[in-house]
Design a protein around this ligand. Structure first.
Ligand code: ZN
Length: 261
């Protein structure tokens, strides 16, 4: 059966002399892998549309076994992501996270919407660190983690002082602080921020401006939850960590191939 689906390329792996195996997250049918014959050859009409992050319409033939990508029609090639090292690094993290947390043909409408909105926001030059952080919070339920953020996870109270508990994966009110010796005290501002990250629609995230310390705090929380609850390991994270530790080694708007020392 030949299908025309809207999708985004998560991964493109060379296969044999001339082919690529692409992983594409489609709006209509979820994630799938397809063989793109000849796509490794620069002259192939599939060469450009099978690059990572490409958003487009894809003609995919399905049947028994792996599908075949017959044609692609780009909507956006995500040029800025491709040309900016920092944008590439965060976009790679976003697609790897989504790839790791979803199964083939597992249809979740909100995942495509999140992926699409996040990559377009990064491509339009919004803070890629904030966008990827937002995706991490939004993907928690897909990872099977449902934090309790609207009330105390232990007693259900909605009034009082709150702390974040990794044990409960959510808030604890001051009456229940003694149930978790490792809880993290948070300010009312941080509490609102955590709720915002978890509930605000992705379309609004570009308008959030976050301070460095805020991002560090939010990242520490969400990554600890991922590390303790999911056990997934992302290859793109090591590079990101290095980028965040030593940003001066990665000057913006420069060709990463050109190293001068
Ligand atoms: Zn409580």
């Amino acid at each position: 059966m030949l299908n025309k689906w809207e999708g985004i390329i998560l991964k493109s792996i060379p296969y044999g002399e001339a082919n690529k195996i692409v992983t594409v997250y489609t709006r209509e049918a979820g994630k799938m892998t397809a063989m793109a014959r000849g796509a490794k050859k620069p002259a192939s009409r599939l060469a450009a549309v099978t690059q990572n992050f490409t958003h487009g319409y894809f003609l995919i033939r399905t049947g028994r076994g792996m599908g075949t990508l017959e044609q692609g029609d780009p909507i956006d090639s995500m040029r800025h992501i491709r040309e900016d090292l920092e944008a590439t690094a965060y976009a790679s993290y976003v697609v790897e996270l989504i790839d790791k947390l979803t199964d083939d043909l597992d249809q979740r409408a909100n995942v495509f919407g999140l992926l699409q909105a996040a990559l377009h926001a990064i491509n339009e030059g919004y803070d890629p660190e904030a966008i990827s952080l937002f995706v991490e919070w939004k993907m928690l339920p897909v990872a099977g983690v449902h934090p309790v953020l609207h009330q105390c996870a232990n007693c259900g109270a909605t009034e009082g002082e709150f702390a974040f508990s990794f044990q409960e994966i959510g808030f604890l009110c001051h009456r229940c602080f003694s149930t978790d010796p490792y809880l993290i005290r948070i300010t009312p501002t941080q509490l609102r921020l955590i709720r915002t990250f978890y509930t605000v629609p992705i379309e609004q995230v570009g308008s959030l401006t976050l301070k460095r310390a805020t991002k560090q705090f939010m990242k520490k929380l969400v990554r600890t939850v991922y590390d303790e609850q999911t056990g997934i390991r992302l290859k793109s994270r090591a590079f990101l960590d290095q980028l965040e530790r030593t940003p001066e080694l990665f000057p913006k708007r420069e060709n990463p191939e050109k190293k001068d020392d």
